[in-house]
Every structure is written in structure tokens, then in C-alpha cells.
Design a protein around this ligand. Structure first.
Ligand code: ADP
Length: 303
């Protein structure tokens, strides 16, 4: 296991940002998905040893998050959400500086800086002042500084933030390339499910400081509730009300299809019984594949 946390809590004064997080993350690329404010950035900072948890334990590649933040920083590359640029520097000087900060000798840091800048597609622009960079170039540069010391794990915090569709595709392709070809494990935080689906094999869903779901993407697509689509004849209001009363989430589409997410405690028979009791006829009733999007919406309560 590369990352393990047990019952980690962290508060900023009265704000509880992590509320008993227990998780295990294995090999490859893992997504850390959750709405804004879920605690993703805080979790990454706790894993880096920047923030000390109030309670709980954790290991990152065998390094204790409480005692060995120096060891963690040697093996982890971190791309923060916010810009971290130093005005007046060009990309080579900036990237090499981060190499030196993580303990590389100056000449080696400089050589690696050129290599990683070419790798992220900034070779031509590497002597330009950073302040002239576009949003997409800035994200690539943040990725370059995270890679310069040849880390074993990368933590990427909202890597697609502020990017247009083209920039987003490019950075996601780079991330996929890193995790598949470079033998680096990647933990990517995002509030956008498709970012994670394109790059990751496993997933942790965080909501309100707690882990709402975790596992392989393929397995998470399958379980937990059943999604059905139906059409009904008659006054559907009382029927939908009864379903909602039974803890069933209901959505109506514009073309008259009703989507229902049955919790494990309810079955098809219950739906037909409620329809009969509400005096409507079900005309069309099919089980849909439960997609990850549905799981995400249901776990964190957003659409
Ligand atoms: P995410 O990265 O998922 O958007 P964060 O980890 O940034 O979530 O934030 C989790 C919670 O902690 C939020 O309620 C946020 O407002 C709060 N928070 C984050 N940073 C600070 C801070 N420096 N001081 C006080 N509260 C903070």
C-alpha cells in the first residue's frame, strides 16, 4: 500500500475539514473526488506533512505523516491548486530552484529542469518570463516543478482548474502519460468526475471531510443502488412523493422519463405497489447501468 490513513481528523479552528478519514491507496493513479470544500486540499497537505492532524495516523510510502515530512517531500511531488510562482524568474530558473529546494545539487537540478520542461511541452518557452505564461502554460510549469526531483508519487491538486477544454485535455493527457509510462503513482484531486474517469483506475470520494466511497472505478460503477427508468400514465405527483418518502431519489427528464434510484432496501415490487396505491400505471420500466456519475451525485448530494 502506498498511502494509508487511519481516522485522521483536522480542524482549522472551529471548521472541521477532515472528520475521521480512513483510506488505503494502492498503485497507479487514484482520484480524490469531491465538491468544493470537501477537504481535498487539506487531505493532500496532511499527507505531505504540511498540516499535522489533530488525531489519527498515516503513512506515505512507509513515511510517517507526523514524524517524517522531510522524507515524504523527497518522494512526493506536489502541484498545489494555487499559483506558486516567483515573479521575475523564467521557467528554467524556477523549476531548477524547486529541484534544489528538494535537495538536488545545482547542476543536476538545472539539467533536470530542462528535461522536465521539454517533457511538459514548455521547451520552447522555457526562458520566457513566467508572468507572460497562459493559464495552460502555468499549469504545465506547476507540473514540471512537481516532477523535477524525480518523485515516486505525485499529488496534483485540481490540475485542470481555470483551463479551457483544449488546455484541460492536454494536461489530462500528460498526467495519463506520467502514470502509465513513468512508473509514478499519482493522486489527483478534482471536483470534476470526468477528469478522474479519464486518468484514474481507483477513486476516493470525499464529502464534508469524510470518505463517502472508495475503491476501483470499475467496482464503484456497479453497486450500492439500482437505477431504473420508467414512464407512467396518470397523475404522478403522489407516486413520486411516496418514492421520495421511501428514501428513493427521483429525477424527471424533459421527455417524460422518470429516473429512480432505489436504495438497497427497496425492490421493483415496491415501485409497482406504490404506483398502484397512487392510482397510476407504469408503462415502461427498465434497469439502467449505474454510472459513476450517478454514484457521485448520490454520495455527495449534487447533480
Ligand atoms: P477542497 O480542497 O475539497 O475544496 P479544502 O480542504 O480546501 O476543500 O477545505 C475544507 C474546509 O476547510 C472548507 O470548509 C474550507 O472552507 C476550510 N478551510 C480550508 N482552508 C482553510 C484555512 N486556511 N482556514 C480556515 N478554513 C479553511
Amino acid at each position: 500500500m502506498n498511502i494509508e490513513l487511519r481516522d485522521v481528523q483536522f480542524s482549522y479552528g472551529p471548521v472541521k475539514a477532515l472528520d475521521g478519514v480512513t483510506l488505503q491507496i494502492g498503485e497507479g493513479a487514484c482520484g480524490l473526488l469531491g465538491p468544493n470544500g470537501a477537504g481535498k486540499s487539506t487531505l493532500l497537505k496532511v499527507l505531505l506533512g504540511f498540516l499535522r492532524p489533530d488525531t489519527g495516523e498515516g503513512l506515505v510510502l512507509g513515511h510517517d505523516i507526523r514524524k517524517d515530512s522531510f522524507g515524504i517531500r523527497r518522494v512526493v511531488g506536489y502541484m498545489p491548486e494555487d499559483d506558486c510562482f516567483i515573479p521575475g524568474l523564467d521557467a528554467v530558473a524556477f523549476t531548477a530552484l524547486f529541484g534544489e529546494l528538494s535537495g538536488m545539487p545545482r547542476a543536476e537540478a538545472m539539467k533536470r529542469a530542462h528535461d522536465v520542461l521539454y517533457y511538459v511541452g514548455l521547451g520552447e518557452a522555457r526562458y520566457r518570463n513566467l508572468e507572460t505564461y497562459s493559464a495552460g502554460m502555468k499549469q504545465r510549469l506547476k507540473l514540471a516543478q512537481a516532477l523535477v526531483h524525480d518523485p515516486k508519487i505525485l499529488f496534483l491538486d485540481e490540475p485542470t482548474a481555470n483551463l479551457d477544454p483544449q488546455g484541460r485535455t492536454e494536461i489530462l493527457e500528460l498526467i495519463a502519460d506520467i502514470s502509465s509510462k513513468k512508473d509514478i503513482h499519482v493522486l489527483i484531486s478534482s471536483h470534476i468526475l470526468t477528469d478522474i474517469e479519464q486518468t484514474c483506475g481507483s477513486l476516493v470520494i470525499l464529502n464534508k471531510g469524510k470518505v463517502a466511497a472508495q475503491g476501483e472505478l470499475a467496482a464503484l460503477r456497479e453497486v450500492r443502488f439500482s437505477l431504473y427508468e420508467l414512464k407512467a400514465k396518470g397523475e404522478t405527483g403522489p407516486f413520486l412523493e411516496a418514492l421520495r418518502h421511501g428514501e428513493c431519489r427521483v429525477e424527471e427528464t424533459e421527455d417524460g422519463i422518470i429516473k429512480i434510484y432505489l436504495p438497497e432496501a427497496m425492490g421493483r415490487r415496491d415501485v409497482f405497489r406504490l404506483a398502484e396505491e397512487s392510482g397510476i400505471q407504469i408503462r415502461h420500466f427498465v434497469k439502467s447501468r449505474t454510472s459513476l456519475e450517478d454514484l457521485f451525485a448520490r454520495t455527495v448530494g449534487v447533480d
